[in-house]
Design a protein around this ligand. Structure first.
Ligand code: 3H9
Length: 707
């Protein structure tokens, strides 16, 4: 069979077996529903309709998935017939039994195809879900109308709002599956199921004809869910639309419900949030595509050493244990190692308390942890991560020791956030084995891992670091050496822009609010209070020696730190934190400090709107991002986007700062920078790359493909 779309062989194959038309969807890697797959499915339905020898139809996915959903790459392009809703309707309309035999993921449009079939069976390891909400969409091929009929309106709404993947057992209990087969082969499972149906003369059973089990109670419960959802999903577009569609399923005849769903789906498809979320989906995966991946193989990776048992060291240890690795944690003395052990155990104890882990599983994990106060115990590890105090001298000493002790071929990694990794590598006789692994706190939870490639790091060592990230399920971003790498360097610049705003008239609370309203979980001053004001203070002191004397420097944070107000841990920073009260309150004394600093500098405060604040914040971010790209510190704009989404709370639905800049328009970003430069030409120097892209009429997206 050939696909009418492109005359290539169709990714859907059919074969008649015992009167059963076996329809195999074969579109690697995950059988996404491309135009060719949709056409192939339609052709198979027509074959089943017209061939009298076909008694039933069996749908299966070839390879590791049933169907992972619509082909996400097609969104944003002109739609191609046949559209998925029509294909699903045709499947459902067949007057011969159709069975979907699921193996692996049946997600989004994939589950919608399965729900349009008349019966569903799955292998035990299958995953079923309607995760469209994570892409700014809603199930648009009948899912919002069929799922309520199979599992009840409330359960369907919750599944669609959470984007969760259900196990086969959970999906069976929920009513999405007729059976969980014991076998691993979808064709064998499906054939056995169909034979049984045929032997029983089981009827065609259309989902559209089924009643919604909780139709009486759901409308009131949906009101509550709608209120909770609005509070939870601040700024998100599609969740409310999902609820509207479920209401339509309760209220309207099936076909009208489908039309209602289609209209809401198109609204979501056209929303900028869909574009941002799909960019984030691909960025998360693209970051692992680095030049070294094709140039070298990772080294063996079974055993890890972690130096330091503080918050960061313990978090890294937990991430490594969770990845199934053997870990040796080293601290300088018995007290420190005991504290390290407690820090690690705390994480697993809390999981056991919340019944997310059994006590037995906790013991099995902790059995892979060795504690030591002797560096010599690191002699056999495959990779060691140093997470000691952020001081170049201390780190150099650690690396000199590691160089003496570690086996040849061991990867030596530093978790520094700012320091010069070339200088650290230079104290060893093996600089090609040295790399930066910049984890974010809490290291066992935060997805971002900046992999900092130093001047002499070998391709094999880079590949090994990416393999570690894969095992830890991190989002690895390749960065080059500079002060702060990708994330902290750009962060430092937009913090500076925020400080200028504060000194010029915006209160720290206005700035935090504008940033939160943009979609971040917290503003820069709340973040500073959380991280500890002393950390930034130490960095500012370190940089003071090299700071351009002509550069504007705002001293408000220093005045606050001088009082010993380091944020949450001291009960006071930019905010005051009362015991037992969640979150901080604005502090009138901080307002006085800000006023005094303005007066000292002779600044007459001006008013800034939330829009003014965000334009400066984003212009600073994007401009520094363009410099980071130009210097090769980041490989592509999407690496910067992933860094901020997965490490700094940038709202995922905005797609990251560089994606945002393309949407806002690079000429607009440049015009903002040029306007701000009239006040401070030194800080607001437009990045040459930004100027070049504007001159050429291009966006950052044009730089997202590796040469
Ligand atoms: C939808 O269905 C809308 C409908 O309701 C309405 C229509 C009218 N399309 O994640 P992996 C690629 S919306 C295109 O690394 P894993 C992915 O980019 C859709 N490509 O593997 C990667 O490519 P590469 C709702 C896709 O084993 C490769 O496949 N569905 C798609 O860790 C392997 O992916 C979803 O949201 C796609 N749909 O995880 C499910 N999916 O090799 C999205 C994957 O070039 N997908 N790719 O980097 C997933 O959640 C995971 O990919 C999955 C596999 C769990 C399936």
């Amino acid at each position: 069979m050939t696909s009418p779309a492109n005359h290539l062989p169709s990714p859907v194959h059919t074969a008649l077996q015992e009167g059963i038309l076996v329809v195999r969807i074969d579109n690697p890697p995950v059988n996404a529903l491309s135009a060719a797959v949709r056409a192939g499915l339609l052709a198979a339905v027509q074959q089943a309709q017209t061939d009298a020898s076909v008694r039933a139809v069996l749908l299966v996915g070839v390879g590791r998935a049933f169907i992972a959903g619509a082909d996400i790459r097609e969104f944003g392009k002109p739609p191609q017939e046949p559209l998925l809703p029509g294909v699903c309707n045709q499947i459902e309309a067949l007057d011969k039994p159709v069975v979907a035999s699921i193996n692996g993921p049946a997600l989004g449009g994939g589950l919608e195809v399965a729900m349009a079939a008349h019966y569903r069976v799955a292998t035990p390891h299958s995953k079923l879900g309607l995760p469209e909400v994570t892409l700014g969409l809603l199930p648009g091929a009948g899912g919002t109308q069929r799922a309520p009929r199979l599992m009840g309106a409330m359960a369907a709404a919750e599944l669609m709002l959470s984007g969760k993947h259900l196990s086969a057992d959970a999906a069976h209990k929920a009513g999405l599956l007729d059976a969980v087969a014991s076998g691993a082969d979808a064709v064998d499972n499906g054939l056995a199921f169909v034979r049984d149906l045929l032997a029983r003369n089981a009827p065609v059973r259309r989902t559209r004809d089924q009643a919604i089990s909780d139709a009486a109670t759901a409308p009131a419960a949906l009101d509550q869910l709608a209120a909770d959802t609005a509070a939870r999903n601040k700024g998100l577009f599609s969740p409310a639309k999902i609820i509207e569609c479920v209401r339509a399923a309760l209220r309207l005849p099936f076909d009208e419900g489908l039309a209602f769903e289609r209209a809401r789906f198109v609204e979501c498809l056209d929303s900028p949030q869909r574009a941002g979320l799909i960019h984030a989906f691909f960025a998360e995966r693209e970051v692992a595509k680095i030049p070294e991946a094709s140039a070298a193989q990772p080294r063996p990776l079974q055993t890890i050493g972690v130096i330091g048992g503080g918050t960061m060291g313990a978090g890294i240890t937990v991430a490594a244990l969770d990845a199934g690795l053997q870990v040796t944690m080293v601290e300088r003395d018995a007290d420190s190692i005991a504290r390290g052990r407690t820090n690690v155990e705390k994480v697993y104890n809390s999981l056991v308390e919340r019944q997310r882990m059994t006590a037995q599983a906790r013991e099995a994990v902790l059995a892979r942890l060795t504690l030591s106060t002797d560096y010599a115990d690191l002699k056999d590890v495959d990779l060691v991560i140093e997470a000691v105090f952020e001081d170049l001298g201390v780190k150099k000493e650690v690396f000199a020791q590691l160089d003496r002790i570690c086996k040849s071929g061991a990867v030596l990694a530093t978790n520094t956030s700012y320091l010069d990794i070339d200088a650290i590598a230079a104290v060893t006789r093996r600089p090609s084995d040295v790399i930066g692994l910049h984890f974010f706190s809490p290291a066992n939870i935060m997805r971002l891992l900046e992999i900092v490639v130093a001047e002499r790091t070998s391709a094999e060592v880079v590949a090994t670091a990416f393999e570690l990230a894969r095992k830890m399920k991190k989002v690895p971003v390749r960065a080059g050496v500079c002060d702060g790498f990708i994330g902290n360097r750009i962060l430092a610049t937009y913090r500076q822009a925020a400080d200028y705003l504060m000194e010029d008239g915006a209160s720290p609370y206005d700035i935090d609010k504008a940033v939160r309203d943009f979609g971040y979980p917290m503003g820069p001053y709340q973040m500073m209070d959380l991280a500890g004001g002393d950390i930034g203070w130490a960095t500012r002191k370190r940089k003071a020696l090299t700071r351009d004397p002509k550069a504007r420097y705002v001293e408000i944070s220093d005045r606050i730190c001088e009082r010993g107000w380091f944020g949450q841990k001291t009960g006071r920073g930019y905010y005051v934190y009362a015991q037992g009260v969640r979150g901080g309150q604005p502090d009138p004394e901080v307002a006085q400090i800000v006023d005094a600093e303005r007066a000292r500098k002779g600044v007459t405060p001006r008013a800034f709107s939330a829009d003014d604040i965000m334009r400066r914040n984003m212009a600073a971010m994007v401009n520094e991002g363009a410099k980071v790209l130009d210097e090769g510190v980041a490989l592509r704009p999407l690496d910067i986007d992933a860094t901020f989404i997965f490490g700094y709370g940038f709202p995922r639905w905005r797609g990251g700062p560089m994606f945002w800049a393309d949407a806002y328009g690079l000429p607009n970003v440049l015009a903002d920078i040029e306007a701000f430069a009239k006040e401070d030409a030194l800080f607001w120097q437009p990045a040459p790359l930004l100027q070049k892209l504007v001159a050429e009429g291009r966006g950052f997206a044009s730089l997202n493909t590796l040469k």
